[in-house]
Ligand binder design. Structure first.
Ligand code: SF4
Length: 475
């Protein structure tokens, strides 16, 4: 489907005798955040046990692989890729052994200055195992000359620019860290005496852990058998929670940034209806992501809600298409119209976003082919006009249809009778019911941090080459 894609989901647990099995369940619940690879690293106090592979969680792990992942602490990761190509070397958690006993890292987000830092580290002699931006965290920690774990981690994270929700295992401890702007979500839960961290609360729900709170932006939490220690070593920054978590990425049953996703997604549909005045016979969602907004739209507009498109939930990722003869098979294998509901009707179709417009065009063609009299497409977010640099896989700006076409041109391209988007103000008012602060750069172009690699080179210099920096008078 033609969507923005979430990059990754992370999970961590301390301390439980079934740490790897609970991590497996957590990753299972987070599968929607990444389907290209998955991995678990466990630690028994002496050594790491790792298993990762390309594919879905359910295909990668079985009883035997989980039994081999021994220990009372574990971290896990599901990955869709953005930075770095899709190869097993980039599957996470990344694990390295060093003189301090090793380090395992799983990362959700994107480090916009990773390329530059990597270049500096390679100049200084570091050898990288992967092309993933996450690996710079490991090398930066190894370069830090400071003694304590929290100081070395603070040194490393001070240099990084961009988004990160991290879980790590090292020196008999589990670590959770979130960037000072809090782009990507990270929650803290409790399962009796066990601590759990996860990208979304749906992972806590599956293992019957209780949601305690979010890991705060800029917070580092270190867990061990004695409990947790919380640190806030960075200067406070304005928050930039990713608004797209509410529009599409997160599961609707999750609490993200302290609010239930289904409720917020439905309120987008309610707002969209209040901004609209179309007369129609029924409202249908593009399943699954358009469903909550369509419910909100239909209830507010007083128009009957129906499932006019049925989704096949059993489509694998490796469907083999015949080379000749059948065109546009991809969307048809996933969605099929209910002709009896659509024929002769004036239909409002609700989806969460339009990216390139190619999938919307095919869906509208199917609904038209089912005999709909009028088709009015309504989108529960504003036009996506800019790429994301903070952990979301997006096309280039030129490929985003709304970046270089008017709404009328997009409407003509996808073949609808009318097209409307939720206004940016409507989106922000609906999401911001409790005074939160969001990133909306893919709609507004207003990036909360500069997306070039122009990070303060003196900061990099200080962490990587402290002696040389002092000699140069940088402190
Ligand atoms: S640019 Fe869009 S997708 Fe990226 S973090 Fe900001 S709101 Fe989320």
């Amino acid at each position: 489907m033609d969507k923005f894609h979430e990059e990754c989901g992370v999970f961590g647990i301390c301390c439980d005798g079934e740490a790897s099995k609970l991590t497996y369940l957590g990753l299972y619940a987070l599968q929607h955040r990444g389907q290209e690879s998955a991995g678990i690293v466990a630690h028994d106090g002496r050594r790491f046990y790792a298993h990762k592979a390309m594919g879905l969680v359910n295909d990668i792990f079985d009883e035997d692989t989980l039994d081999a992942l021994k220990g009372h602490m574990a971290i896990g990761h599901v990955r869709y890729s953005t930075y770095g190509s899709t190869v097993i070397e980039n599957a996470q958690p990344l694990v390295v052994n060093n003189h301090r006993g090793g380090l395992a890292v799983a990362h959700n987000g994107n480090l916009v200055n990773a390329g530059r830092i990597r270049h500096k580290l390679e100049e200084a002699g570091s050898i990288f195992q992967s092309t993933s931006d996450t690996e710079v965290v490991i090398h930066l920690m190894a370069q830090s000359k400071r003694e304590s774990l929290i100081d070395r981690l603070t040194d490393a994270l001070t240099v990084l620019k961009g988004s990160y929700s991290l879980v790590m295992l090292t020196e008999g401890k589990l670590i959770a860290a979130r960037d000072p702007r809090g782009f990507r979500p990270l929650v803290l839960g409790r399962l009796k005496d066990t601590y759990v961290v996860a990208s979304e609360t749906c992972a806590l729900d599956l293992i019957e852990a209780r949601y305690v709170r979010d890991v705060a932006p800029g917070e580092i939490i270190i867990f061990d058998e004695n409990g947790l220690q919380s640190y806030s070593p960075f200067p406070k920054e304005d928050h930039s929670f990713c608004i797209f978590e509410y529009i599409y990425f997160a599961r609707p049953d999750s609490i993200v940034f302290g609010q239930n996703v289904y409720t917020i997604r439905k309120s987008f549909g309610e707002k969209l209806a209040r901004e609209d005045d179309i007369e129609a016979d029924l409202v249908i969602p593009v399943p699954d992501s358009g469903v909550p907004a369509a419910v909100g739209y239909a209830q507010t507009a007083g128009i009957p809600f129906e499932f006019g498109l049925i989704r096949n939930h059993y489509v694998g990722r490796t469907f083999i298409e015949p080379a000749q003869g059948i065109r546009h098979f991809g969307v048809k294998i996933k969605l099929n119209p209910v002709k009896q509901e659509l024929c002769g009707k004036r239909v409002v179709v609700i989806d969460d976003s339009i990216v390139r417009g190619t999938t919307a065009k095919k869906i509208i063609g199917m609904i038209r082919g089912a005999g709909a009299k009028e088709i009015h497409m309504r989108i529960s977010s504003p036009p996506t006009t800019h790429s994301c640099y903070f952990g979301i896989d997006t096309p280039t700006r030129e490929e985003l249809i709304a970046s270089n076409h008017s709404i009328k041109e997009v409407s003509d391209f996808i073949g609808v009778d009318s097209l409307k988007y939720l206004s940016l103000k409507g989106l922000m008012d609906s999401a911001n019911q409790t005074g939160l602060s969001f990133c909306n750069a893919c709609f507004s172009g207003q990036y909360p941090i500069s997306v070039g690699e122009d990070v303060d080179s003196e900061v990099i210099q200080l962490v990587l080459f402290p002696k040389r920096s002092r000699a140069m008078g940088a402190v």
